[in-house]
Design a protein around this ligand. Structure first.
Ligand code: TXA
Ligand code: MG
Length: 329
């Protein structure tokens, strides 16, 4: 992959997308790896570059609600209200798909996940290419999502394509995915938009596992966000976590990834300070995991997290997956 920037970069990237190539670009959540969402050939290049299983559908990015309607077979009142309130922003809506959406992007399903990203470069790229862009996170499959162009290159340097560098992504965890294709909205993946904010508009949401039927975010069954070091997750308040870590883990081989209150009490350990709250934790999480992998002499990461409000739910979900908990193959 070759790094490009600025107006020239956008122009070159748009031309490559129109020719069926792949381009990594920044969004407000994480970097995406994009291709023409109407072309099976182009979309398959994304799966090949990532090493992604072909039964895991991609999110299609659009410049506005009009762009989403053009891809949807049905655009419900609820989809309309959610898009009006939260787009551009970190919310993906799963809706019934029109057949023009590349089957590879939908992984053969009759629905498609659509979102309008809140990032000036992403929006300019979408307008310059004048295409809907299928784009999963721009990591090798199974790796933490990239929040910088450097992290994209760490995983995908060997792939054919461009990376449009727009600096670090602000939110740091992926979009919240909600299935609004049936009468009952289902939260498929917690993310950058808090559940409370969503429910204030959508009403109560079912969660995957609430008896909402078969897992409808096929990606949820795969192990995601897996760093190369084992992760132990402690769902404990600061005092209990500090005591537990001091008692059971050796500073020589254990790193501690936790909010400031815990980190400051454990300066003997290497690690990552996730800052004071859920927003700072989301912003620093994936980069922190990637940084710890490069530290010599570590045999494990101990992560401390207990907040599930706002973006805290997404942080918890990603840490559970990094720790290998939950459903995956
Ligand atoms: O913030 C984000 O969402 C980032 C940026 C680049 O926009 N994208 C991202 O894409 O995280 P990806 O492919 O890594 O995650 C897409 C998730 C997967 O869990 C997938 O299974 C689910 O969305 N998904 C996509 N289309 C779906 C569909 N039609 N039905 C159910 N789940 C779908
Ligand atoms: Mg991903």
């Amino acid at each position: 992959m070759r790094r490009v920037v600025g107006e020239d970069g956008i122009r070159e990237a748009a031309a490559l997308l129109c020719a069926g190539g792949i381009v990594a670009f920044p969004t407000e959540t994480v970097y995406g790896l994009g291709a023409d969402a109407l072309s099976d050939t182009a979309v398959r290049r994304i799966f090949a570059a990532k090493g992604r299983p072909s039964d895991n559908p991609l999110i299609v990015h659009v410049a506005d609600q009009e762009g989403a309607r053009r891809l949807a077979r049905r655009w419900s009142d609820l989809a309309e209200r959610l898009a009006a309130r939260f787009w551009p922003g970190p919310l993906t809506l799963v809706v019934p798909a029109r057949p023009e959406v590349a089957s590879a992007a939908r992984a053969g399903l009759d629905t498609v996940g659509v979102r309008c990203p809140n990032h000036p470069l992403a929006l300019r790229l979408l307008r310059a290419a004048a295409l809907p862009l299928a784009a999963p996170s721009a990591n090798r499959s199974g790796r933490p999502s990239p929040t910088t162009a450097e992290a994209v290159l760490e995983d995908l340097a060997g792939a054919d394509g461009l990376v449009l560098d727009g600096g670090p992504s602000g939110i740091g965890v992926e979009s919240t995915v909600v299935d609004v294709s049936t009468g009952m909205p289902v939260l498929l993946r917690p993310g950058g938009l808090g559940r409370e904010e969503l429910e204030a508009v959508a009403g109560p949401l079912l969660s995957v596992g609430d008896g909402a039927g078969a897992p409808r975010a096929p990606g949820m069954k795969y192990r995601h966000y897996a760093p190369t070091l084992p992760v132990r997750l402690l769902r404990l308040q600061p005092e209990a976590a500090i005591e537990m870590i001091r008692t059971h883990f050796d500073p020589a081989d254990t790193a501690v990834l936790a909010a400031t209150a815990v980190r400051q009490a454990l300066t003997a350990y290497r690690g990552v300070d996730l800052g004071p709250d859920a927003d700072s934790a989301a912003a620093g999480l994936f980069e922190g995991l990637r940084r710890l992998e490069r530290e010599p002499g570590l045999v494990r990461i101990v992560a401390v997290w207990s907040e599930t409000r706002g973006r805290g739910l997404a942080v918890m979900n990603r840490l559970e997956k990094a720790a290998g908990e939950g459903h995956h193959v």
